[in-house]
Design a protein around this ligand. Structure first.
Ligand code: UD1
Ligand code: MG
Length: 487
């Protein structure tokens, strides 16, 4: 990472409402890649070594500050509140107090530019050295809405004119202000004190500084890629920025040795880590603080949130994992659901339509079909048969189930917690157990089977008699299909 050799401070403007988002929520809190929009420019400034970095908040100030502070723990981040949004110059002035006596160069960024790269930022900061102010510019086929760069006869930037203040000739200029600047603190505070609001929007324009710098020691325009500097103003731009970020994430992961079968159908939050030789099938979503080991396979449609997977784990399609850990070579899915607090041991299997919650499965333990394991500990090598349910909840409290190593739980068993099945014990299929089972025992907890030989033939004969007689007599007690009496 390119670090600035000189001291550097940053101001990130994030006080605006973002009217075009049509949202209850402040624009900079809308997320791409699992992070609020303003997280990106803040991080880029921090990566460049800016200290302090001041976020100017205003609209929903408390929520914005809380979200950004939480997303950047331990960073040299300060917050300044701009109570009324009177314009970009006014917003920068709001940061002055937070910067105290700092007197070096200050870079100013917009909170809604998540695609800006550290390289481009470093470029703009570096370009300031020979001038009073550096500003990023870009050429756009459709410059509508942006401030236009008016150059002097020598070709240097003379001023910026906002769309609403521009005459026809100025509106025809296709070079626009990207909203990224760098200037010395001394110039900045002096110039800002002189900015007025006599313009079409009656706002204090930060862009007025360009003309002042041009008269002082010169303003230098730094061309930057439009893709990076375009802001997010509405939901379409939000989605587009999300796609660009994902494409970058996918490229980075592929360079690191991850196979992504279809990068266009891959969703991955910032900060997710994936080991080499892991293969990712289409439509996988990796969220939050997920870590995936090396040599794993993530099946189509798998959704992992705050999950930690060891090496060689197989996640078959449509498996959902939340806040859980899965050890090496375990196999999940298809259609498994791991709820928070699940810890799946090495080489364990969790199969289709199996739900776990706060469940610990030991090495090689298996629960392959249609099972609920909640507040349960399953020992190494134990086998939990199809349709097994741990009844962990009595309507008021949750209770634990412990299944010992190598135990065998027959299919369709109901284990009413608290209960412990000893190591190596057998539970007969279809059992409902309320008492613990000692190691090595066999427990049966099911209704005894009743078999009535010849019942079908007798019933058919009865029916024929009934058809023959006008009024048939009722069947003998205990002989109807629901009348079975244990005999
Ligand atoms: C601004 C520039 C324009 C440039 C464009 C690039 C000015 C006057 N114009 O226009 O030349 O082409 O950005 O995107 O600066 N903000 C505050 N407080 C305020 C006003 C704005 O914090 O009082 C923040 C906004 O949240 C946003 C940023 O400043 O992050 C830019 O404000 P915005 O209203 O989007 O400015 P533009 O009209 O786009
Ligand atoms: Mg804007």
């Amino acid at each position: 990472m390119t670090r600035s050799p000189t001291p550097l401070a940053a101001i990130v403007l994030a006080a605006g409402k973002g009217t075009r988002m049509k949202s209850q929520k402040a624009k900079v809190l809308h997320e791409v890649g699992g992070r609020p929009l303003a997280w990106f420019p803040l991080l880029r400034a921090l990566e460049l070594g800016a200290n302090p970095v001041v976020a100017v908040v205003g609209h929903q100030a408390e929520a914005v500050e809380a979200a950004l502070a939480a997303a950047l723990p331990g960073a040299p981040l300060r917050f300044a509140v701009q109570r009324e949004q009177l314009g970009t110059a006014h917003a920068v002035l709001a940061a002055r107090e937070a910067l105290g006596a700092y007197d070096g160069p200050i870079v100013i960024l917009s909170g809604d530019t998540p695609l800006l790269t550290a390289e481009t930022l470093a470029h703009v900061v570096g370009a300031r050295a020979g001038a009073t102010l550096a500003l990023a510019t870009m050429k756009l086929a459709n410059p509508h809405g942006y401030g236009r760069i008016v150059r002097d006869p020598a070709g240097n930037p003379a001023r910026v004119v906002e769309e609403k203040d521009a005459n026809e000739a100025e509106r025809a200029i296709d070079e626009v202000n990207a909203g990224l600047y760098c200037a010395e603190a001394a110039f900045l505070w002096d110039a800002l004190s002189k900015v007025g609001s006599a313009n079409a929007q009656a706002e204090f324009y930060l862009t007025d500084l360009v003309a002042m710098a041009a008269r002082a020691g010169g303003a230098v325009a730094v061309p930057v890629p439009p893709e990076e500097a375009s802001g997010v103003n509405d939901r379409e731009e939000l989605a587009r920025a999300g796609r660009v970020l994902l494409r970058r994430r996918a490229s980075e992961l592929m360079r690191g040795g991850v196979t992504i079968e279809d990068p266009e159908r891959f969703d991955c939050d910032e900060g997710v880590e994936i080991g080499a030789d892991t293969v990712i099938e289409p439509n996988v979503r990796l969220k939050g603080r997920t870590r995936v080991g090396a040599g794993c396979r993530l099946g189509a449609g798998a959704i992992l949130t705050d999950a930690t997977l060891g090496d060689g784990v197989t996640v078959k399609p449509y498996t959902v994992v939340d806040e859980s850990t899965v050890a090496a070579r375990a196999i999940l899915g298809p259609f498994s659901r791991l709820r928070p607090g699940s810890e799946i041991g090495e080489e364990a299997h969790v199969g289709n339509f199996v739900e776990t919650k706060k469940a610990r499965l030991g090495k090689g333990a298996k629960a392959n079909h249609l099972t609920y394991l909640g507040d349960a500990t399953v020992g190494a090598g134990a086998n939990v048969g199809a349709g097994t349910i741990t009844c962990n909840y009595d309507g008021e409290k949750k209770h634990p189930t412990v299944i010992g190593e190598g135990a065998f739980i027959g299919s369709d068993s109901i284990l009413v917690a608290p209960i412990e099945i000893g190591a190596g014990a057998y539970v007969a299929a279809g059992s409902t157990l309320t008492d613990s089972v000692p190691p090595g025992a066999l427990a049966l907890g099911r209704a005894k089977q009743v078999t009535k030989e010849g019942w079908v033939a007798r019933r058919q004969a009865e029916k024929q008699n009934k058809g023959a007689a006008e009024a048939a007599p009722p069947p003998a007690p205990g002989e109807g299909p629901r009348g079975g009496r244990a005999s």
